[in-house]
Design a protein around this ligand. Structure first.
Ligand code: MIC
Ligand code: SF4
Length: 755
């Protein structure tokens, strides 16, 4: 049975007329992305030929999904909005707070005890406001969404950057901060800049060792971590149609790693098969009825260069398996070049651990292909040289692979099965010996590999690959092993070679599950009591931020000039800090502790301009706050890349940072800053970054006439008495300027709902 089928019926009933109108208004054929965007304009948004990369447009998403680590803040904000029920179907998924240590059952018990307070809070808020609740152990948000909620042509937002995974089922699914989710659940429109469009034409067909993962690893190599910023990536072509629905999900999932707003595929038979296999035949039938509207117009596929801003073509028949990393997901190396690359860069070639699973790659197909190699290993007398672990994406997948004997095969080669959760992917991995900080190599099928991400060790080099390649490399224990050409020595001293992996798109006997882990909310939740203990270390009710004082900002101190990559993992680390995601003051103690200080190349060590002494970033900022002095953070390119976590914007806001000035921003982070009433500014001339000195006192001028498309001025007063005046840009529209003035978007919503 499909959830929210009436909502889906309504979307499909209205879609054709909306798309036809848009096509008429624009006077040209439409891409799929445009069709879905136009079909979801908010009722108050006039239809027009929006300018890509420029027009701010209001949308009405069909649903909202939140994972536990971000839901806490999203729901703490939503509770202030004063509504009785969430305005659109919404769900909460408990997946980020389970530490992978021993094995699934034990680890889940520990998490249930450790995070009881947070789970109880999320369960009761969900119950109260009509939100579906998926218990710990039910699975990773994006897999559960794909299996239950995603539908072709739909639009959803989710408080997690990998919400984009649902593009595998033909959605426009976008990762956002909790404040955006809060707006939509409060019945307000959701604003997004009309995206640019990148078309990726897939010709040929995947075969042998090459997997959908390699498509996105290749695309990441081409576009880099910034190349998709502000764009939707639309995949099409015979190669797309021939691929499984979950494979498409993998590709869309990792679109987050190139900064894309989202990625999507046209509706086809693979999606229909997947919908049917996951109990949603009704949705498949409905989608069949409007198939043309769930694909781009034929002219678009014939001459894509006319309709997309950029077109990339990849021949799947020629595509090689890739390994991306270390430390960044866009450093792409084809497996045949790994020997050279590892030698040239001095990467340790011994693979210590191979990890498969995560929201990116934990479908039945993925696991069946990995298991085909595990089976061969057992038959050919090979024992994995590295540790090998599996995190299934959902209880439904886990139950089904157990029934089909896969877990037994993994067990035979000594694999560990962790709980259906994020686990090592988000640093919830109690890896033995990580604290020794030894240089070492791991391979995984996750999506991100930033420094310290999986095990907290800055010297762990993580390489991203398909689950089948990870499995082969874990068995070989060698990063430079190329399973297409190389042999391994088995227990009897013989040379053996892997056959190509084989797999099944969907379970031949169908999916099965005993308890999927879902709790429906109360029909009427008005009597449900939500408790937050005032003494809690993990949850803290929010106090509204103060409104803008109405003047230019004078006398700000430079808190840190961050050098190089500064992702949300650097700004607000996950792993051990996840436990404070519901407590703004406590989590603020991790603010920017991973960022590298330009002036001394150290992390978490900045000069306190009041004392002249060096100390941790959060403590230094707290000293400024106590003295009533504002500060500014300076950063490099693509600042805030990675996650949707709004803590990376709320922590500086809470501790009194007034502006973030960078060469460029990642999309979600920039919006999060605006929502929380911060100033998100960019250098007009990027080389002005060099003018920022350690002891600078800074003024921001032009705020009293703050207006869209009008730059502001920053005055840098250097220690030697000299001054530099620089021009800084911003992308605030009129509404967003109101957020700044009010001290945050929530201050406005609160008034609207109350009034
Ligand atoms: C991640 O993959 O980094 C996360 C953890 O899922 C985040 C969300 C978070 O920080 O809670 C994301 O990608 O948005
Ligand atoms: Fe969880 Fe990792 Fe997916 Fe983020 S990327 S949702 S941490 S599995």
């Amino acid at each position: 049975m499909a959830f929210d089928i009436d909502m889906i019926k309504k979307v499909y009933a209205e879609m054709p007329a909306k798309v036809d109108n848009a096509r008429k208004a624009l006077g040209r054929p439409l891409t799929l992305s445009e069709k879905i965007l136009f079909a979801h304009l908010h009722a108050d948004q006039a239809l027009s030929n929006f300018e890509r990369g420029n027009s701010y447009v209001d949308f009405a998403p069909d649903r909202v999904a939140m994972q536990d680590a971000t839901a806490q803040m999203a729901l703490l904000q939503f509770m202030q909005a004063g509504r009785k029920q969430a305005a659109v179907p919404s769900t909460v998924h408990c997946d980020h707070l389970i530490t992978a240590k021993d094995e699934a059952k034990k680890d889940l018990e520990v998490a249930n005890a450790e995070s009881k307070e947070v789970y109880d809070f999320l369960a009761s808020v969900s119950n109260k406001y009509g939100i579906g609740f998926w218990k710990p152990g039910a699975g990773i948000i994006h897999q559960v969404v794909l299996e239950n909620y995603a539908f072709p042509g739909g639009m959803m937002i989710g408080t997690d950057s990998h919400t984009v995974n649902a593009g595998g089922l033909g959605m426009i699914a976008v990762g956002v901060g909790g404040a955006d989710a809060c707006d939509v659940m409060a019945g307000l429109p959701w604003e997004l800049k009309w995206p640019k469009l990148i078309g990726v034409k897939l010709t040929g067909k995947l075969s042998g060792w090459t997997a959908p993962k390699d498509v996105i690893l290749k695309v990441a190599g081409i576009l880099t971590v910034k190349g998709g910023t502000g764009a939707i990536v639309e995949y099409f072509g015979e190669g797309a149609v021939a691929m499984s629905c979950t494979g498409k999900g993998t590709i869309c999932n990792m679109g987050a790693e190139i900064g894309a707003t989202t990625s999507t595929f046209g509706y086809d038979d693979s999606m229909s098969r997947y919908l049917k296999a996951t109990g949603r035949e009704e949705v498949a039938n409905l989608a069949d009825g409007i198939r043309a509207y769930l694909n781009a117009d034929a002219e678009v596929y014939e001459s894509p260069e006319k309709y997309f801003d950029q077109v990339i073509e990849i021949n799947l028949s020629e595509l090689e398996p890739h390994l991306n990393g270390p430390f960044t997901p866009d450093l792409a190396t084809p497996i045949s070049k790994m020997k050279e690359a590892a030698a040239a860069n001095g990467w340790p070639t011994k693979v210590e651990v191979g990890l498969i699973g995560s929201c990116t790659n934990s479908s039945y197909e993925d696991i069946s292909r990995a298991v085909s190699l595990a089976r061969q290993a057992a038959e050919k007398g090979l024992k994995p040289k590295a540790e090998y672990t599996i995190t299934p994406g959902s209880e439904q997948v886990r139950y089904t692979i157990e029934r089909d004997g896969f877990l037994e095969v993994f067990d035979k080669i000594g694999a560990t099965v962790f709980a259906n959760a994020c686990g090592p992917c988000i640093g919830m991995w109690d890896r033995v010996g990580a604290e020794k900080q030894e240089r070492n190599t791991i391979v995984h099928s996750f999506n991100r590999n930033f420094a310290k991400r999986a095990d907290g060790n800055p010297n762990t080099m993580a390489f991203v690959a398909s689950p089948e390649l990870v499995t082969a490399l874990a068995i070989a224990g060698d990063l430079t092993f190329n399973p297409l050409t190389d042999t391994l020595t088995n227990e009897n001293g013989e040379q053996v070679k892997f056959d190509e992996p084989t797999g099944m798109e969907l379970p031949p006997r169908g999916f099965a599950v005993e308890d999927a882990g879902y709790q429906a909310p109360a029909e009427d939740g008005s009597n449900v009591n939500v408790q937050v203990e005032p003494t809690s270390k993990r949850l803290q009710l929010l106090d509204p931020f103060a409104a803008w004082e109405g003047t230019d900002l004078k006398g700000l101190k430079l808190l840190i000039k961050a050098k190089g990559k500064c992702t949300t993992d650097h700004i607000s680390m996950a792993g051990p800090w996840l436990k404070f995601r519901g407590h703004l003051d406590n989590i603020s103690n991790n603010m920017l502790i991973g960022a590298v200080n330009f002036f001394n190349e150290k992390t978490d060590n900045v000069k306190n301009q009041l004392t002249g002494e060096y100390g941790p970033v959060p403590a230094t900022q707290r000293a400024y706050k106590a003295a009533g002095i504002g500060s500014i953070v300076v950063g490099d390119e693509n600042y805030g890349e990675g996650s949707s976590r709004e803590h990376a914007a709320m922590e500086p806001r809470h501790l009194g940072v007034r502006a973030i000035l960078v060469k460029s921003f990642a999309r979600i982070h920039e919006t999060n800053l605006k929502k929380q009433g911060m100033l998100a500014l960019t250098f007009n001339d990027k080389s002005d970054y060099d003018k920022i000195q350690e002891d600078d006192v800074i003024n921001i001028e032009g705020l009293t006439s703050f207006a869209p498309e009008t730059p502001l001025t920053i005055v840098l007063q250097h220690k030697d008495g000299s001054e530099d005046k620089i021009v800084v840009n911003h992308t605030y529209n009129a509404q967003q300027i109101e957020w700044f003035k009010a001290g945050g978007a929530l201050n406005i919503i609160r008034k609207q709902v109350a009034g």
